[in-house]
Design a protein around this ligand. Structure first.
Ligand code: JDE
Length: 234
């Protein structure tokens, strides 16, 4: 998979050289390219922002540098998906991660200030598929951290990135535990600071353990994310 990031803060993407994503890039499973948006800003100050039409606080990213950036980066024949992290996007979810993991090429457009001129995603849709996606109901200073989080969620689903693919199938939000949070997990020692691992997990009764885990997942979900149970039928 080829991953491109367009940003005014290329240094934000240093973590892509670490851990599983970094290893996948080293082994050639991933090709990562980070682009400084300012290379497509041609005035003396290399400005990428301007005041909003209609008034209001803050600045808006100008369309011209983004237009040139997208022409340059999306050029090529591999079908890509352009991802624009934004608090006004649709919610990014495990389902979104699974869908995006199927692409050979993803381009992340990381906005700053109050956002990107609305004509940019409109224009981008004439070039490629575009997904405006939000990590959740909060505002970040820029799309970079959101792009990193989405990248990690997507890349760990690629064959060969995770050592044990079975660990992918049993976690929160995966198909087998769909709409449930993950059950609590324990490791050795069986007793730690006066706290014992639930006896059932030491019993070797696989069916009973599976049942206990389902119950735990259900109780935890009811307590923390009741809205997930409401849509458990679909
Ligand atoms: C992504 N969840 C949150 C922020 C923004 C006021 C201030 C800032 C592309 O347009 C953007 C992008 C971002 C950065 O991303 C996030 C985010 N997932 O905050 C703004 C809008 N209004 C605009």
């Amino acid at each position: 998979m080829k991953l491109d990031y367009v940003t005014i803060f290329p240094d934000y993407f240093a973590p892509l050289t670490l851990s599983l994503v970094g290893k996948a890039a080293q082994t050639g499973l991933l090709e990562v390219q980070v682009h400084d948006l300012r290379q497509w800003a041609h005035d003396v100050h290399r400005s990428v922002d301007d005041t909003p039409f209609g008034g209001g606080a803050g600045m808006v990213m100008k369309p011209e540098p983004w237009g040139e950036a997208l022409d340059a980066v999306l050029g090529g024949e591999t079908p890509a998906c352009l991802v624009i992290p934004t608090p006004s996007g649709a919610l990014f979810s495990q389902r979104q991660a699974e869908e995006l993991a199927a692409y050979d090429r993803l381009v992340f457009a990381c906005g700053r200030y109050e956002g990107i001129d609305a004509r940019v995603p409109e224009y981008a849709r004439t070039l490629t598929e575009v997904r405006e996606l939000s990590l959740g109901d909060y505002v970040l200073n820029g799309g970079e951290v959101a792009a990193l989080a989405m990248t990690e969620a997507i890349v760990r689903l690629l064959p060969g990135v995770i050592g044990n693919p079975e660990s992918l199938t049993e976690e929160s939000h995966s198909e087998s535990l769909r709409h449930r949070l993950e059950y609590p997990v324990y490791t050795k020692p069986a007793s730690w600071r006066g706290r014992d691992v639930p006896e059932i997990l030491l019993s070797g009764h696989h069916a009973k353990i599976a049942e206990w885990r389902r119950e735990q997942a259900e109780a935890l979900t009811r307590e923390r994310r009741p809205e997930l149970l409401a849509r458990a039928e679909d």
